[in-house]
Ligand binder design. Structure first.
Ligand code: C2E
Ligand code: MG
Ligand code: MG
Length: 805
């Protein structure tokens, strides 16, 4: 019994569904069996009872007349026989005959506590009149019927229970075999389901028949397997996506640019490490802020608001904003940033975010500003240079025109400077210039400009003068400041200056003329015996006569073959090996001696003579390169200087091609040096000319880099191959930290633009070490060789091992 109950318990826990099914089948079939059996038993019972009642009725009909007769005849014997006859009938247990008036015959006995049925009828004699004889009461016992019923109930219960039980077991077994075991298998599958066995499908242990294939279990199995496959696909996709996202977010995180991602309302959602590094603001505190409102300082916020309104408007209209912003770090420090702001769109083209990329351009900006300063200021004295001075002069003239005032222009030239420079050295010369600049400046008031035009020449612009006399007063003051000696090294030296003065509008209303007149007056002062000043007078125009003389001599110089090219080697900085030569022009005039290009090229430019001279230089230089190759076997590149006037000439490109054709020089061996200032001139098709030359294979270089406009970004648009750093930077590269870092920056930036770099004016070994360290590609300067005439250069080529390429 115990075993059975534990089995049952086991079944109940092991297969609760089957157990419940079994319980319900048992319960309901028992109920139905009981109900049906009850109805049947009851109807049997009713039938049996009605048989008894019928029987008692039959007794009445069949015996009442014979009993009445026997009673009428008072035949007791017959009466008893008749009554015994009735009593022998089944189930009849007692007969009670009451005879009127007061006797009674009772036959049989009613068992105690038995269920009974009674039937009474009246016995009458029917003669002339009806006479009541007595009453007969028949009692029948139902015991037999109950006993039968009991047996029937037992049989029915037993058979029905067995039937129900076995059918239930059968059903449960069928259910178990066809359903629950598969459900358990599914449960097990689901329980063991993990990412590691995603590729094992669920398979039920049953034959793969047509019927099985379409039933509910198959549907569930199929659904599970489908779910598994989808999960697998999703996971694979997810992992691919995650991989991609990981890569992207790493790239963004580690990007060298600062990255901000904002939502559609321009609230910051993400900033990368570089942003934090750059600004000092950490990612958490930035969340939700506007990129233009990083600081809490209301003043700075107001300053930024306008910029960001413009940015937002442009990004919405044009789709991108690009520009420079003077941003501020958390520490309050300012820095320059190059910003690119673009929207991020989803696949429907709807803007979901905004991307802000920032790059710290402080260094570039600083160098650009430094270069710009260098372009406008004289490095040695810190005074404005010729360019800026001319600008200021033009401004002063315009203002004087408006205000009806005078402008004084003074041209100063130190007396005997060349002598001091030659005898006491360049350093002394430099110190003298610095001190002279200081003394001149100290004699002037605020609105005046002092500039160094070059060498020992200074220019003073005195704007807003009421009378011409004030210029004389200033000139006197300047001369006085030169009265005390200059201390150069340990030596006291007296240096004086000569001053020429021209006045607007008395002498001219044109800046160029004013300068020329002041220059002429200065010569006059010098002629008069130095340490003096002189006002311009019309007779002095005669002086310009000299210029005219030079001009006419120059015109004949080509015919008289007075021009000569000198050549200076250009070497590889790291090996010192020769790579090319620059052609430098000299003018050998019988009266003037050897004239350096600085002295006559500006005049040749002005007069246009530079065009035939330039053509001659091109032909000559190309021919030399070809000649050296034939004579020594060295294939040298040849660099030729081109001046702006020449470049602008419509026949320039043809002249270059002609020279190449005549001499047969490979265009790739010719390099044209163009000054930076030329690039500023937008009136000519600079870019077209450069592109045409580039297409022909001619190499192009920017000469004297750093003395002009010096915007590196400018170089990007032109097909330059080489950049020549001006010698003024190289000169102090070992002495001035500023120059050193500038040269460094120029080299790095040039390389990043794909340009090779030549350092000009290398005079000392130290400089070559520095340049080598900085990766400067080529060098040129007195350290390697001074410019030399053609034949001398050819000898140098033959004898110098470095020339053996
Ligand atoms: P540039 O093209 O920058 O030429 C370099 C100048 O630096 C040359 O001066 C050269 O002699 C000088 N130099 C070279 N090494 C050193 C050095 O180590 N230290 C110093 N202090 N100077 C050095 P040069 O020959 O007097 O020429 C001056 C300028 O005249 C040239 O500057 C160039 O712009 C122009 N030039 C020369 N020849 C021609 C030409 O044929 N045509 C045109 N248009 N211009 C020319
Ligand atoms: Mg040059
Ligand atoms: Mg140069």
């Amino acid at each position: 019994m115990q075993k059975l109950s534990s089995r049952l318990q086991q079944f109940r826990t092991g297969s609760p569904l089957s157990f419940r099914l079994l319980a319900y089948i048992l319960l309901f079939s028992s109920l139905f069996t009981l109900l049906a059996s009850g109805i049947q038993i009851y109807s049997d019972f009713r039938k049996d009872v009605s048989v008894i009642e019928e029987r008692m009725a039959v007794v009445e009909t069949s015996y009442s007349s014979s009993l009445s007769r026997s009673l009428w005849a008072l035949d007791q014997k017959l009466l008893e026989i008749q009554m015994e006859g009735i009593l022998s009938l089944p189930d009849i247990v007692q007969l009670r005959l009451r005879i009127s008036p007061s006797s009674e015959i009772v036959l049989g006995e009613v068992p105690r506590a038995a269920a009974i049925r009674e039937h009474s009828f009246t016995l009458v004699h029917e003669g002339d009149e009806v006479f009541k004889l007595g009453d007969m009461k028949i009692t029948a016992s139902l015991d037999q019927i109950y006993a039968k019923m009991q047996r029937q109930v037992l049989v029915i219960l037993a058979t029905q229970f067995l039937k129900t039980f076995f059918i239930s077991i059968l059903i449960v077994w069928i259910f178990q075999y066809f359903v629950t075991r598969h459900l358990s298998a599914m449960a097990n599958y689901a329980r063991n389901f993990s990412l590691s066995n995603l590729n094992q499908p669920l398979k039920l242990d049953r034959p793969d028949t047509e019927v099985n294939r379409i039933d509910e279990l198959s549907q569930v199995t199929e659904a599970i397997n489908h779910m598994r496959a989808r999960l697998q696909q999703d996971l694979e996709k997810q992992s691919r996506d995650a991989d991609k996202i990981r890569k992207l977010s790493k790239a963004i995180q580690q990007s060298p640019s600062s990255v901000i991602i904002c939502d559609r309302q321009w609230r910051i959602e993400f900033v990368n490490q570089k942003f934090t590094q750059l600004t000092g603001y950490d990612a958490e505190s930035m969340a939700g802020k506007h990129p233009g409102m990083l600081t809490d300082d209301p003043f700075l916020q107001r300053e930024n608001r306008q910029l960001w309104q413009a940015i937002q408007l442009q990004v919405q209209r044009v789709g991108v904003w690009q520009g420079e912003s003077n941003s501020i770090r958390k520490s309050g420090e300012r820095f320059w940033e190059q910003l690119i702001v673009t929207p991020i769109k989803d696949s429907d083209g709807q803007v979901t975010n905004y991307l802000i990329l920032g790059e710290d351009i402080s260094i570039r900006k600083r160098y650009e500003q430094q270069l710009l300063r260098q372009a406008n200021y004289d490095i040695l004295t810190g005074l404005p240079n010729r360019m800026l001075a001319l600008d200021r002069l033009k401004l002063a003239l315009a203002q004087a025109k408006r205000e009806n005032t005078l402008v004084g222009v003074m041209f100063l030239d130190l007396d005997n400077f060349k002598h001091i420079n030659d005898t006491m050295g360049h350093d002394a010369g430099d110190n003298l210039l610095i001190e002279a600049a200081r003394r001149i400046s100290s004699s002037l008031r605020g609105t005046s400009t002092v500039a160094r035009l070059g060498g020992d020449e200074f220019l003073v612009v005195l704007p807003g003068l009421q009378g011409a006399d004030s210029t004389s007063q200033v000139a006197d003051r300047i001369l006085q400041t030169f009265a005390s000696p200059f201390l150069l090294g340990n030596q006291e030296v007296f240096v004086t200056t000569s001053i020429g003065i021209a006045i607007y509008p008395t002498d001219s209303d044109n800046s160029g003329n004013l300068l020329q007149h002041a220059d002429a007056a200065m010569y006059q002062a010098k002629n008069k015996g130095k340490s003096a000043y002189e006002r311009f007078a019309p007779e002095m125009k005669e002086v310009s006569h000299e210029r005219l003389q030079i001009e006419s001599r120059m015109r004949r110089a080509l015919e008289l073959n007075e021009f000569e090219l000198y050549y200076q080697p250009i070497v590889q900085t790291d090996t010192g090996m020769l790579s090319g030569a620059e052609a430098l022009l000299r003018w050998n005039n019988p009266t003037m001696g050897t004239v350096m290009p600085d002295k006559f090229i500006p005049l040749a430019e002005e007069t246009g003579l530079i065009i035939p001279i330039g053509e001659w230089v091109l032909e000559q230089a190309c021919a030399s390169a070809v000649h050296w190759e034939q004579a020594t076997g060295t294939k040298l590149g040849i660099a030729v200087n081109v001046s702006p006037r020449q470049f602008r000439d419509p026949g320039f490109v043809d002249a270059v091609l002609r020279a190449l054709r005549h001499t047969g020089l490979d265009p790739r061996r010719l390099e044209l040096e163009i000054t930076e200032r030329l690039l500023l001139d937008n009136t000519i098709e600079t870019s077209d000319i450069l592109s045409r030359l580039d297409e022909e294979g001619v190499r192009l270089s920017v000469d004297d880099f750093g003395t002009g406009y010096s915007a590196l970004s400018y170089l990007k648009s032109y097909p330059f191959d080489t950049l020549k750093i001006d010698k003024s930077f190289i000169r102090d590269v070992m002495k001035e930290q500023d120059d050193a870092s500038l040269v460094k920056a120029i080299i790095t930036m040039a390389h990043s633009l794909g340009l090779q770099v030549i350092a000009e004016g290398v005079e000392e070994e130290d400089q070559t070490h520095f340049l080598r360290e900085q990766g400067c590609d080529y060098s040129q300067g007195y350290y390697y060789s001074r410019p030399s005439p053609q034949l001398e250069f050819e000898d140098w080529l033959r004898s110098n091992y470095r020339a053996q390429m």
